[in-house]
Design a protein around this ligand. Structure first.
Ligand code: ZN
Ligand code: ZN
Length: 353
């Protein structure tokens, strides 16, 4: 609750002598503007929504309005009026009003809105895709509010009716002697409404399992195990706009010759003994075009050569890491007699040194 309260007329932007119709219209406008469905994860909008709802609750009620006009906020507080702590309470009280301008789907009296579950999906990328970024199509399975009944669970044209047991309160009072016990109505399970004819698509649950295809934009530089959050692509919650999120976890397919270490790309390259001894200009593969690399004479096995900017960028940055080429010496398993002779002669010269 806000400590400093604004004047209710000011909140709704109406004159002090505004009539009920004007107040209702003003509130609808504010409620539409700051509705949580339109402003997900926006605490300021939620505060505004609560404030407008509070103002409307007071000004639309002649008694509360009279108290407010004479005694202000303190007067209402002194009579036990308190505002809204939870947006869910607002839906419970003004559900009808929202239902009519958000196209229904609001579960009245069914308690607070709850958010749908977060979901997880996986994509596997090649090194090249991770280097350049890619848009991937994925197919997920999620729970969505039924589009036929808009989540009410009732067959269209046969809206839920007020629960006959509790008269729509959702709670029943048992009076035994001095004891007064209030419990949740068992007929409607607290919803205050019951469905006479269940929706033919969702069979009354209000939800369906669907398998939508989604496009996931994967940024350049993404690494194995990193995840992308797709806000509002998870399961539907109890009302429209209360979807969970989808987390897409990225895996890199192992590359036949490269490995990755953060921004750097690693490559082990076998050269021949003569190449190391005499030096050579060699072609080195990268994830893009091959590059040529000068190996100096007398290079030792294990030496590391750097090809600048042939590695990965970090996500959201343009500066790229390097390709680090570690050279080794390849020992041939088979030689021709001629090669053996040459090598032996060469070996003899080394022995003399
Ligand atoms: Zn349905
Ligand atoms: Zn009931």
């Amino acid at each position: 609750m806000t400590i400093h309260r604004r004047d209710y007329y000011e909140v709704l932007g109406v004159e002090r002598d505004a009539d009920a119709a004007v107040i209702k219209k003003a509130y609808r406008k504010k409620a539409l503007e700051f509705h949580p469905d339109r402003n997900p994860d926006d605490p300021e909008a939620e505060e505004r929504f609560k404030e407008a709802s509070e103002a409307y609750q007071v000004l639309s009620d002649p008694q509360k309005r009279a108290v407010y006009d004479r005694y202000g906020h303190e007067g209402l507080a002194g009579r036990g009026y308190r505002g809204f702590d939870d947006v869910g309470d607002i839906f419970d009280i003004f559900g009808d009003l929202f239902g009519s301008f958000f196209g229904g789907g609001v579960r009245r009296g069914a308690g607070r809105a709850h958010r749908g579950d977060d979901l997880r999906a996986e994509v596997v990328l090649t090194y090249s895709e991770a280097l350049e970024g890619v848009t991937k199509q994925i197919r997920i399975e999620r729970v969505e509010l039924c589009s036929r009944c808009r989540g009410t669970g009732a067959e269209p044209g046969r809206p839920p009716v007020t629960c006959p047991t509790c008269g729509g309160r959702g709670r029943v009072i048992h009076q035994t002697g001095f004891m007064r016990l209030e419990t949740t109505c068992s007929t409607c399970r607290g919803a205050g409404k019951i469905i006479e004819e269940p929706c033919g698509v969702c069979e009354g649950s209000g939800y369906n399992r669907v398998k939508p295809r989604l496009e996931v934009e994967i940024p350049a530089g993404i690494d194995d195990g990193q995840r992308i959050r797709l806000s509002g692509e998870g399961d539907d919650g109890s009302r429209p706009g209360y979807r969970g999120d989808l987390y897409v976890v990225v895996y890199l397919e192992p590359h036949p010759i490269f490995r990755r270490d953060g921004r750097n790309l690693l490559l082990d390259l076998e050269l021949t003994y003569p190449q190391l001894v005499l030096g050579a200009r060699i072609e080195v593969p990268t994830l893009e075009e091959p590059v040529s690399l000068d190996i100096g004479a007398g290079t030792q096995p294990g030496a590391v050569f750097k090809v600048r900017k042939a590695g990965f960028p970090h996500v959201g940055r343009s500066r790229r890491g390097d390709l680090l080429v570690t050279v080794g010496v390849g020992v041939p398993r088979k030689l021709t007699p001629e090669q053996k002779r040459l090598l032996r002669d060469f070996g003899d010269t080394l022995d003399k040194d």
